[in-house]
Design a protein around this ligand. Structure first.
Ligand code: PLZ
Length: 450
């Protein structure tokens, strides 16, 4: 073990400050980066190579003693904050009691408790059931298995700019070639892609964009062959694309009329992130199946498929599972995370953060014409960077702005098919002052790179 195995105390009581005591990355991180190069496969990239020692509230503290403002939440995972009190408490208690039995062998309460909570929290008041897994990609794969078993049909429709994971089926469902798919084929069959509603780029209303997508589905796939439509209600990796109002309800209505299972992939947008418990709630869309992961368990690996009881039960006994799916420690973390969200009214907090971020980003957009659009909902906000006066993507400027933020102690993420979207996913445990300071740095970054 290295000295990094010495436990540093993170969590909500960690000093909430941006503090730079070395360059980013500092000398200790650089040493560790050498070890990473020696021992970790190059295919596992690292965007900001500061090795973390503690984290909580709205900061990450590295091995050099730098404290960075976190505007990424480990890609929308630490929604309740790192080492959140109820998560840490539940995990400690569960680790002391038992760490694994395999739910398929001998069950335990935590798994059932999480499924009961999911039935309550996900959109719709119909009878629901869930199955638990380890990763988002695994949840998406299982949603497709369930939809196929329930409908007896094969085809799956996904959208332009979609991201659903890195396993074989989910690579087929993900749109972007580099870095996700390149050289990894052949991909799973019977996956078809429809045009997404992308207001900045297509100028269509939600109804028009839905009609365009439905026409493609109808002509190129045929409803009678279609098991499910899988869609991120707000796209994540693909660029925080918010479909025009009316797009999701129209697609859901068409799916219902045609016996097609409507699957909302809420892995990135779910669990209070957008200011509602789920992004579908915003338009009152009730999906047949919902996939969740990331924010569900405060950083522990857990994922779920939740949906109409009759669809979930269409699969034969033994047809769904996995050694670790719904691991008791991950379930304990999820119950802690849900407790934090409920007690802290984190859906409302996400709306407040969204209002604050939008104001900052709109002010920035008024100053810098490289910002073509401010979009997002709640604590899932983004700006898309294009060459002024056009919608030609500007990934170079995007990377420069992000690099400046990193060097100045703010963890920021980019995304988008063209790498030209700057996205903001702060933990909902971040304070207003720290958030404002983070956005001061973002503003400086635009000024410094113009
Ligand atoms: N569906 C909507 O956002 C994961 C991936 C980062 P896993 N997004 C971050 C990367 O480069 O690997 C994601 C998502 C949506 C599915 C997934 C997949 O979730 O837990 O990463 O498998």
């Amino acid at each position: 073990m290295t000295e990094s195995a010495v436990a540093a105390v993170g969590g909500p009581t960690l000093p909430q400050e941006r503090r730079l005591v070395t360059d980013i990355p500092g000398p200790r991180s650089l040493e560790r980066l050498e070890r990473k190069r020696a021992h970790v496969a190059d295919g596992v990239g690292t965007m900001l190579p500061v090795f973390v020692e503690a984290a909580g509230g709205g900061v990450l503290v590295d091995v050099d003693g730098n404290s960075l403002i976190d505007l990424g939440s480990g890609i929308a995972v630490t929604t309740v904050g790192n080492a959140a009190a109820a998560v840490a408490r539940n995990v400690h208690a569960q680790v002391d009691a038992f760490t694994h039995t395999c739910f398929m062998i001998t069950p335990y309460d935590g798994y059932v408790d999480v499924c009961a909570a999911l039935a309550e929290l996900t959109p719709g008041t119909h009878a629901k059931k869930s199955a638990l897994f380890n990763s988002g990609a695994e949840a998406v794969e299982n949603a497709v298995k369930i939809a196929r078993a329930a409908t007896g049909r094969d085809a799956v429709v996904v959208f332009d700019h979609a991201y659903h994971g890195r396993t074989n089926l989910t690579m087929a469902m993900t749109a972007k070639n580099m870095p996700y798919k390149n050289g990894f084929g052949p991909f799973a069959g019977e996956v078809y892609r429809a045009p997404m509603s992308y207001p900045l780029r297509d100028g269509l209303s939600g109804e028009q964009a839905a009609a365009r997508a439905i026409d493609v589905i109808d002509k190129q796939v045929g409803a009678a062959n279609l098991a499910c439509i899988v869609i991120e209600p707000i796209q994540g990796e693909g660029g925080f694309v918010v479909p025009a109002p009316g797009f999701l309800p129209a697609l859901a209505a068409w799916a219902q009329a045609n016996g097609v299972v409507f699957v909302a992939d809420e892995i990135q947008s779910g669990f209070c992130r957008t200011g509602d418990w789920f992004a579908c709630d915003h338009e009152g869309v009730v999906p047949d199946l919902v996939t969740t992961a990331k924010g569900i368990a405060g950083g522990l690996p857990l994922a779920a498929v939740t949906g109409r009881a009759e669809l979930m039960d269409a699969v034969h006994v033994g047809g769904l599972g996995g050694t670790y799916g719904g691991n008791p420690v991950a379930c304990a973390a999820a119950l802690g995370s849900i407790e934090e969200m409920r007690a802290g009214r984190l859906d409302a907090r996400a709306r407040e953060l969204g209002t604050r971020m939008r104001a900052r980003l709109e002010a920035l957009a008024a100053e810098h014409d490289v910002i073509a659009e401010v979009r997002g909902r709640g604590a899932m906000m983004a700006i898309e960077l294009c060459h002024p006066g056009s919608t030609d993507p500007d990934p170079v400027r995007t990377a420069a702005v992000s690099a400046y933020c990193h060097q100045h102690g703010v963890v920021t993420l980019t995304c988008g098919t063209w790498g030209n979207v700057f996205r903001f996913l702060p933990p909902l445990s971040i304070g207003d002052e720290l958030l404002d300071e983070g956005f001061d740095v973002v503003a400086e970054a635009f000024a410094a790179t113009s």
